[in-house]
Design a protein around this ligand. Sequence first.
Ligand code: DAH
Length: 369
Amino acid sequence: MSGPNTDYDPVEVTPLQAEEVEAARDAAIAAIEQAGDLEALKQARLDHAGDRSPLALANREIGALPPQARKDAGQRIGRARKDVSEALAARQVVLEAEHEERMLVEETVDVTLPTDRRRAGGRHPVTLQSELVADLFVAMGWEVAEGPVVEAEWLNFDALNLGPDHPARTMQDTFWTEPADHHVVLRTQTSPVQARTMLTRKPPIYVVCPGRVFRTDEYDATHSPMFHQVEGLVVDEGITMAHLKGTLDHFAGQLFGDGIDTRFRPSYFPFTEPSAEVDVRCFVCRGVAVSSAGDACRTCRGEGWIEWGGCGVVNPRVLTACGVDPEVYTGFAFGMGIDRSFMFRHGLEDLRPLFEGDVRFSAAFGTEI
Ligand code: DAH
């Protein structure tokens, strides 16, 4: 039987010898110091502190030693491993800081560099205003109707009770196209879309018609030979002036703000009977006519109201001309300037920038460019 191996000399176990442990530790620390980046440090950690590193292997040998030798070797190796792990942690901190700094430099954005980004273009404020108006009516179940800007004289005038000799024809300075005997005009109003709608569909009719119109006006701060209108037309059974008033009050409130309503002043249009000019309550002074400073309100010029458009109950002669039986149906119509509405909504005194295509103007109204 063999007794305990008291002759066993731990010095003979090479990996546990002091010089070997020191050499392994020095090699580890040298590799850690040389690691130039986090990737290299990872490799150094694996080689010198991993399961198969010399110090880990030496550590495994300790268990086979007699108690005293085990203690010495344990302390020696423990110290060496501690040195290595401290060196690893310190190098990790340094390399991480370097990495972060490098990323900051590499990812720096030079905001002063020239850009080749092109402007995407934007929607014109008048287009947006037309769509806004159309949307208000679509929300009430109305439809949007359109017609051509080059229009038959008959639809622009005659169908709307403006016969050839009607004095009101001269009020709308008309662009006629050549040859004159073709009787074609640039439409002077959006009202021919009323006639087109009644001729092509049966009541009930609830349509709104935004569009471009033309008159031989001088181009100045308040006139342009081309501008925009929006027409409304309702034809149904039992329609009265009260429906018209309620609709316009709602329209005004939606466009200019809650509580902004309208008033009617008696007027004349050949296509409506009775007819009215419609004013909208000033949305700045809210009808008080004086500003908060006590001066006359600048938006409505101290009137409390702003002229907005024309309206009325559809003339039975127009219904008849467009194939609608006036004994069964009645209707109302209205027409407003879109550019004008836009101008007083935004406090503009001059309408020309609306037609001159400068994006710096459009951009000021929040259109994307
Ligand atoms: N077409 C008219 C104009 O350009 C405006 C107008 C007035 C339209 C009364 C209407 C209306 O539909 O009923 O001056």
